[in-house]
Design a protein. Sequence first.
Length: 322
Amino acid sequence: MRLHRPMGTASGGEGRIVELCPRDADWNWTGITVLEVPAGGQTTVRTGLFEAFVLPLSGSLSVSVSNEAGDLLATYDLTGRDSVFSAVTDFAYVGRECVVVLSAAGPRGAEVALPSARCSKALAPAYCPAENVPVEVRGAGNATRQVTNFGVPGVWDHAEKLVCCELITPPGNWSSYPPHKHDASEPCSVVNEEIYYYRIAGPDQVTPSRVGSGYHHTYTGPEHEKAGLEAIDDVVEVRDHDVVLVPHGYHGPCIAAPGYPMYYLNVMAGPADDRALTFCDDPAHSWVRDSWNDMETDPRCPVTTAAGRTDRRTVAGEGDPR
């Protein structure tokens, strides 16, 4: 299995920056689509057997949701944000067997992510404002990062399988650390396939760019061999719009290069009847969590809130939409 999908290698054609379904990833549950919606234009997405979030990455969107018979179920105006490094965004949930029409409301068009999961229930569409999305500062020292828990159990329970969150790692910091797993090896109680969709900001710290980079590590241990899972030991350089698949194994750290903030969208789903964000640390490194008790958190976190950036930076030539 090719775990690292650099920009362009997971594209679905014109306007589709990323298009990965479970068949493409050689697994069963988790997918992601990232679309460009041109200014004044529309893009139609059919969810089929999948539930999804409609998550603006840049720009504003109008969202119309109908069933396959053409009956209108809901409409939403998503305020969005200038970039994933400028603010926490509002978002929508759409269920399976829906027709979703996305219209770009702003003069610059929009980029939107639709993380998805195969499901069996047809749940109604729903909306969440940015102000209701909790932002967590996790870790300490150079392992401090921001976790935006928009689609996790306990925060957003209107989903059958899909679990999502966003992370921002300041330049030079580590995230997804200590390395952890959620797979069929001992002693994990929950199995989740996971997608990391990366964005890397350029020198202005806000505008996504392919200039900067980061690193992602996925690996397995003896317990994975015992469970009959394929051995993995991948350290890959990631750049803006890259995707990394985690079918199983420990994943972490994700390392942001000095000078270049790192964002990633985590998409998870699995076979369990109940959604759960449960993981097991690599026992060799779990002691690191206790070391954070005596450390200060990085003052650069949180990087963003619903009101915008905490340092008030904006995209060059643009104002904060909030």
